[in-house]
Design a protein around this ligand. Structure first.
Ligand code: 5CA
Length: 159
């Protein structure tokens, strides 16, 4: 049975398939725009939501993707030390142009351009986590090891 996904969710499904992953994107009736809403729709802990946050290097202007546990607040000072320059939170236009997705649906892979990626080490203790999949209703289930493999991200203490 084929399930039809909205175009942005389909883009994430195709990125997964192209990398050889069998993960399936799921679209919910309820919103999954924030970590709390995603956890509610899925029925998991908010800590199991892998939120994809985009920052901008203040000097370089480069985009940095931080995949954090939905339960954590990212510490910008720690990010600065990890990245090697001051960073700031990206605005909505920057997020859309660099990732190809809108805030609330930014996935960990399938972006418009490759992004330097950090993964919150506190995601690693879960057997199962969920990430956004292109729209504020779409998610997919994965393991922390899958997340590291599909993004090439560096696991670090970010909060
Ligand atoms: N779909 C959910 C669960 S995976 C999701 O994408 N959550 S999220 O946390 O990764 O995405 C929402 C995040 O976007 C917020 O945590 C916040 O950091 C960021 N955000 C929200 N509004 C803005 C804004 N106006 N400008 C920049 N970033 C924003």
């Amino acid at each position: 049975m084929t399930q039809s996904l909205s175009p942005s969710a389909q883009k994430v499904q195709e990125a997964l398939t192209a990398l050889g992953f069998a993960h399936r994107v799921v679209e919910h009736e309820q919103t999954t725009r924030t970590s709390a809403e995603a956890a509610q729709a899925i029925g998991c802990e908010v800590g199991q939501i892998a939120k994809s946050l985009v920052f901008r290097g203040k000097q370089s202007g480069k985009a940095i993707l931080v995949i954090a546990s939905g339960a954590n607040r990212v510490d910008e000072k720690k990010l600065r030390d990890l990245i090697g320059e001051k960073i700031e939170k990206a605005d909505a236009d920057f997020v859309r142009s660099r990732t190809g997705f809108v805030i609330g649906g930014v996935p960990p892979l399938g972006h418009a351009e490759p992004l330097e990626t950090l993964i919150d080490e506190s995601l690693m203790r879960f057997d199962s986590i969920w990430a956004a999949a292109g729209t504020p209703n779409a998610v997919f289930n994965l393991t922390p090891a899958d997340l590291a493999a599909m993004t090439g991200g560096r696991v670090a203490v970010v909060s």
